[in-house]
Ligand binder design. Structure first.
Ligand code: SF4
Length: 214
């Protein structure tokens, strides 16, 4: 199955109750299907539900600015949410909804094979780390999983609601840029062919980085 097949298979998904609670679109995800860096948010909001695309509207604009500050663009990354349908009135996703929809996020990750997954906010972070841990304790640090690294960040919407978090979010994207810079290798120039693009190559973790939860 390809990413497109998976997307089509969810077009009218009714596996959880969110299908009947007023969603307009199933918001599957957008971006480069071969991205090295993936961003994962919580669930679609009003604008995302209307447009069928994650991170549009004010939070999306802020994310675009933050991405640019880290030297990234929407074209080169892939963005998805844990939950593909909008919960009514933007309430938190409920555990049965996360359980039902999470396998599709895991399939997306398996197909895209990113090296780095930036989780935005508590929900995405806890879902992928599989631990009940607060975002403020783990943000802007690298967690080495079996197949990729998780780099938790605050959700941009949190900074829109609490202006005092904006500086923290900007600082954390600076740390993301430093992490990317440390782990991006320039390809060796060969013959007259155009130089290949730099690639993200994340070194295996040091033992001390294996489990920062103690
Ligand atoms: S949230 Fe996920 S599982 Fe529930 S209906 Fe939407 S796509 Fe299906």
């Amino acid at each position: 199955m390809t990413l497109l097949d998976l997307s089509k298979s969810l077009h009218n998904c009714d596996r959880c109750k969110l299908a009947k609670l007023g969603r307009t679109h199933v918001v599957f995800g957008v971006g480069n299907p071969h991205a090295s860096v993936m961003f994962v948010g919580e669930a679609p909001g009003f604008n995302e539900d209307q447009k069928g695309e994650p991170f549009v509207g004010a939070a999306g604009k802020l994310l675009n600015d933050l991405l640019a500050s880290a030297g990234l663009s929407r074209d080169e990354i892939y963005i998805a949410n844990v939950i593909k349908c909008r919960p009514p009135n933007n309430r938190d996703p409920e555990p049965d909804e996360v359980e039902t929809c999470k396998p599709f996020l895991l399939q997306q990750i398996q197909m895209i094979r990113p090296k780095l997954v930036c989780t935005l906010g508590n929900w995405a972070t806890q879902t992928l780390l599989e631990r009940k841990v607060g975002i403020s304790k783990v943000k802007a640090q690298a967690f080495y999983m079996k197949d990729f690294v998780i780099f938790p960040l605050l959700h941009p919407a949190a900074a829109l609601h609490q202006g005092n978090l904006l500086d923290t979010l900007k600082e954390d994207f600076k740390k993301l840029k430093e992490f990317l810079d440390r782990n991006t290798k320039l390809a060796e120039p060969t013959s007259a062919a155009p130089a290949p693009a730099p690639t993200l190559q994340i070194e295996p973790p040091q033992p001390a980085q294996m489990d920062l939860f103690g």
